[in-house]
Design a protein around this ligand. Structure first.
Ligand code: CTP
Length: 407
């Protein structure tokens, strides 16, 4: 289950060379469990056929012939009404102009005028057309009316020129669609900080002390928070992962970097899923330590405990209404996690058994038990990391809701 599951997405495809990317978008949305209905404009049909969309979505792809067809007088009303979101990708300058001026001379524009669903457009056109004052004025009108706009981006254009007018790639559009669907989510107007990845403590300019954390759990948590409408800041160490669209991303390396990044941010909740170092080299060599100088003696010192530092300044709960920790344990899971819950002043902790093959670092599943400050305990079954994230947030929402009532 994701935020896309069972959502009715009405995908409008207009006449641009980028319309071939719309087939991929329709396919990915369908694979994610969305019901995708497609409307092609006349110009879109010059680039791509309804059959392409029918094949990937399993639904009829509509064209202007259907506007005057058997379902004629109700089709646009029905399509507009059932849509949770209208996505127009690619959206040409012409369709932007029609939307801005309330024209309704084809199935797509008349459906947009009928519908009360949010509209997300992904403009695609030549740079000159995008920059034209008429297009920019139409864009401002649409933005003022609350139309959501994803892109365009700068890059190679079909004209052979380079400029701003390129439609966003499918993965980015999917991210924007998730944000649009989350607009009225339970975490609307809530700011959440998620930390992710394993910290790196420098030994010299080349070497670091780090750990096996992949950042997957933190990135999944960040995506789940976005899916519930939160404004998310992801403080992450270097990972191979792509951050979720919509997250403000702060790149850090060490525990001290992470602490500094946190001190510059404020939020309603902090989810500390990063594997932060407990020890760091006391002295960082300015130059690369040479082999010829023999085996180095690296003296370690205790790294600051980020959670303890954060919760020590949190007595009035103004900074964070809720602080969540993770405990990765290889033995005495619940005892150790419970100690951390108390000593770190957390609202709840996700205790993670890293000894089993299907849980812990770098795998896509986790075996988690949630321990709460009030003594409650909830063992979760084996879940994908995004499901764990969702569960955390459902629980978190409940707790934030309770705390908010006291403010
Ligand atoms: N943590 C932290 N600052 C550190 C180390 C850990 O804030 N310097 C946080 C982690 O992000 C996690 C929680 O503390 O949310 C528990 O981390 P864990 O590594 O399980 O426990 P430690 O407190 O480091 O203790 P130990 O390694 O001895 O188990």
């Amino acid at each position: 289950m994701t935020i896309l599951t069972n959502k009715n997405i009405l995908l409008g495809v207009t006449g641009s060379i980028a319309s071939y990317k719309a087939a991929d978008l329709a396919s990915k949305l369908t694979q994610a469990g969305a019901n995708v209905n497609v409307i092609l404009t006349n110009a879109a049909e010059k680039f791509i056929t309804p059959l392409t969309f029918q094949s990937v979505t399993g639904h009829t792809a509509y064209t202007d012939k259907d506007l005057w067809g058997a379902e004629g007088h109700v089709l646009h009303v029905q399509l507009g009404k059932q849509a949770d979101l209208i996505v127009i990708a690619p959206c040409t300058a012409n369709t932007m102009a029609k939307l801005a001026h309330g024209l309704s001379d084809d199935l797509l524009s008349v459906t947009c005028l009928t519908s009360t669903a949010d509209i997300l457009i992904a403009p695609a056109m030549d740079g000159g057309m995008y920059d034209h004052v008429a297009t920019q004025e139409n864009l401002s009108t649409l933005l003022t009316r609350g139309v959501l706009v994803a892109g365009p981006t700068t890059g190679h254009l079909a004209s052979g020129l380079s400029g701003k007018g390129r439609m966003l790639e499918t993965s980015e559009l999917l991210g924007h669609i998730r944000i649009a669907l989350a607009k009225h989510g339970k975490l609307k107007n809530k700011k959440i900080i998620v930390t992710a990845g394993g910290t790196q403590e420098a030994i010299d300019p080349v070497r670091v002390i780090t750990n096996h954390s992949s950042g997957k759990q933190g990135y999944a948590l960040a995506q789940s928070a976005i899916d519930l409408g939160a404004e998310v800041t992801l403080i992450t160490t270097p990972t191979a992962l792509t951050p979720p669209v919509g997250a403000k991303v702060i790149h850090v390396k060490s525990v001290l970097d992470m602490l500094e990044a946190l001190s510059n941010e404020s939020a309603d909740a902090l989810i500390m899923s990063a594997a932060a170092a407990d020890f760091r080299p006391k002295h960082v060599a300015k130059e690369k330590i040479k082999k010829r100088d023999g085996i180095p003696h690296i003296e370690l010192e205790v790294a600051p405990d980020i959670l303890k530092t954060v919760t020590a300044n949190r007595s009035d709960k103004k900074r964070y209404k809720i602080v969540v920790g993770f405990a990765a344990e290889s033995q005495d899971l619940l005892e150790n996690a419970s100690d951390k819950l108390k000593s770190k002043g957390l609202d709840f902790i996700a205790a993670n058994d890293i000894t089993s093959n299907d849980a812990g670092f770098a795998v896509d599943t986790n075996r988690i038990t949630l321990l709460f400050a009030d003594g409650k305990k909830e063992a979760l079954p084996l879940l994908s990391k995004s499901e764990v994230a969702e569960k955390n947030f459902r629980t978190r929402c409940k707790i934030v809701g309770v705390i908010c009532e006291f403010w």
